[in-house]
Write a protein that binds this ligand. Structure first.
Ligand code: AN0
Ligand code: CP
Length: 321
């Protein structure tokens, strides 16, 4: 695996889920695989889960992780090509990336969408520079348009908690005070389309996700109708993807609190499990009552981030043998 951005990069989904099960059952069984190998994890943005679960996954594989917080510990990096560097950025990605690549065997990058230039974000400009200039396998730790380690962990969690062969999974938009990227819902849609589930997306009009991720997934604008009979409710806020109106890209179009998941919403489901990638704002995205209920699986979902990261790193290490 040269890079990990999309569901297609993991190949056969059933095989990947079986591998996840094996990794979860015996996390330390591949300790020799990462011996004398190093992964550098680059963070342009904040993180709790991704930062810790990626390091834990590397350690389980016997690999040494090094974490770099760009903007905090290192020189500020210029990401645009052909600019006069007379501002606050001391170094360009074109030098920084090959230098980083020379110190490690695998690279992980967290670099959120800027949400101002749709073309720049949707071309995955920063992550693609890492792929092009590092000469190393690259993992997206949430880049501009995707969060594949999260979506893979979400799928592993659904597999563990499902009680029907083909569960109904509903991705629902929920309100948030600030503009957030579309990476989590994009990847969730992509991975649900690749899995054997009845997948429905619901959001206010104007929040249509890019069809390159949603494919033929059903979109139901009536949230209550979408949630009827659901087995899994996956809540997430995202800002306007700019699909129907490009000038609205990155904007907050609605803060309708009626979309917050509360017990009224959960009541129309088939006793659904509640999921969220975290971090979550309580009583904005989801009520205390729902997230504190026994049907909330946000903690085991986050725990599975170690498993998804470990499968991806394991595959990359196997390729390096
Ligand atoms: C980020 C997002 O919505 O993409 C990270 C989620 C994993 N969330 C926030 O910035 C709150
Ligand atoms: N879900 C997730 O990626 O969380 P962090 O932003 O804390 O890494």
């Amino acid at each position: 695996m040269k890079s990990f951005l999309h569901a297609s990069d993991i190949g056969d989904i059933r095989k990947a889920l079986e591998e996840a099960k094996a990794v979860k059952a015996s996390p330390n069984a591949w300790k020799d695989l990462g011996k004398d190998k190093t992964i550098i994890l680059i963070f342009f943005n904040n993180s709790l889960r991704t930062r810790l679960s990626s390091q834990k996954a590397a350690l389980n594989l016997g690999m040494d992780p090094i974490v770099l917080n760009v903007n905090g510990d290192s020189w500020k990096l210029e990401t645009q090509m052909g600019v006069v560097m007379d501002g606050d950025k001391s170094e360009h990605l074109k030098e920084a990336i090959p230098v980083i690549g020379s110190y490690c065997d695998i690279i992980g990058v967290r670099s959120f969408a800027g949400l101002s230039d749709r073309e720049f974000d949707y071309a995955e400009t920063i992550l693609n520079q890492f792929i092009e200039y590092s000469g190393r396998p690259v993992i997206s730790l949430e880049s501009a348009t995707v969060h594949p380690c999260q979506a893979f962990a979400d799928l592993i969690t659904i597999e563990e908690y499902k009680t029907k062969a083909r569960p109904k999974v509903v991705l629902t938009w929920a309100p948030h005070p600030r503009a957030l990227p579309q990476a989590v819902p994009n990847s969730f849609a992509e991975w649900m389309n690749a899995a054997d589930v009845d997948f429905v997306i619901t959001h206010p009009e104007g929040y249509e996700l890019d069809p390159r991720f949603t494919g033929n997934a059903r979109v139901e604008y009536d949230q209550m109708k979408a949630l009827e009979g659901a087995d899994f409710v996956y809540a997430k806020n995202w800002s306007c993807p700019g699909v129907t109106k490009p000038s609205d890209y990155g904007k907050v179009l609605s803060q309708d609190m009626g979309w917050m998941i509360d017990s009224r919403h959960m009541a129309v489901t088939d006793d659904a499990c509640f999921m969220h990638c975290l971090p979550v704002r309580r009583n904005m995205i989801v009520s205390d009552e729902v997230i504190d209920s026994p049907r909330s699986i946000v903690i085991p979902e986050a725990a599975n981030r170690v498993v998804s990261a470990q499968v991806v790193m394991k595959r990359m290490l196997e390729d390096l043998q």
